[in-house]
Design a protein around this ligand. Structure first.
Ligand code: FE2
Ligand code: FE2
Length: 243
């Protein structure tokens, strides 16, 4: 269970650990800049492995920002370990995340962002997007890096398998297959379909990402707007009223 490191865009590193019993990759993303940003920490049990992977790129103690979508072990399970390791690190989250989970869980060092607010970390500018229940969880948010048009999409485009770091092939059909496997298997109802889900996915499409950095599976390089519109249509057909 080694961690593979790939630079999938300039200064953007994907750290990927495949866990066979889940047939799933767990990916973290490190953006190297004046103020390095780690998106997803991985589970607490993965902390030594993720820390050592980061250490092959930068000094882990220099991580400045820790972002993630929602309060779940694979998103932020080792958040407190990271805050202990990196003295200048702050958690990046929205109002819901801070009030519901993060303030209590971490005991502080939280930078609360309003939806649409931008964080400049040097050459990279991160737009914080509060996206409740998308991909899932009340406190869900996503992050869009403006200079490279990179969408950190968390569990959207979730794909089973030990897959290549980046693909230009369609991700929607593998995501649909994975979604159906979740619905049929021991973990159904992972993805709620709210009355605002379609609008949220179309808002993301409006960002026109060129790279979609997926937490589980391959990242996608190409027409991100089309991929997100196709994902919205797939969600509507698979999870929505039209199913
Ligand atoms: Fe999740
Ligand atoms: Fe996840």
């Amino acid at each position: 269970m080694g961690t593979r490191i790939d630079e999938i865009a300039p200064d953007l590193f994907r750290l990927s650990t495949y866990i066979a019993k889940f047939d799933l990759q767990f990916n973290q993303f490190l953006v190297v800049d004046d103020e390095p940003l780690l998106y997803h920490t991985g589970m607490k049990g993965m902390f030594p492995q993720v820390r050592d992977a980061v250490a092959r790129i930068i000094d882990p103690a220099t991580v400045r920002w820790i972002g993630f979508s929602h309060f779940e072990a694979d998103e932020c399970g080792s958040l407190n370990e990271w805050l202990s390791l990196a003295p200048r690190a702050e958690t990046l989250c929205g109002t819901i995340g801070a009030l519901v989970n993060i303030n209590d869980y971490t005991g502080g060092r939280t930078r609360i962002k309003a939806s649409g607010e931008v964080l400049t970390a040097g050459r990279h500018r991160f737009r914080f997007l509060e996206t409740p229940q998308v991909p899932h969880a009340w406190d869900a948010s996503l992050l869009f890096e403006e200079s490279g048009a990179v969408l950190f999409c968390s569990d959207l485009f979730l794909q089973n398998g030990d897959l290549c770091p980046v693909t230009e092939e369609d991700l929607v059909e593998p995501s649909r297959q994975t979604l159906l496997a979740y619905e049929a298997g021991p973990l159904p109802h992972a993805f709620p379909y709210a009355s605002w889900t379609d609008d949220t996915l179309r808002m993301l499409a409006g960002l026109s990402p060129k790279l979609i950095a997926a937490m589980h599976g391959s990242s996608y390089r190409g027409d991100g707007a089309r991929a997100l519109r196709d994902l919205a249509a797939m969600y509507a057909a698979t999870l929505g009223q039209g199913k």
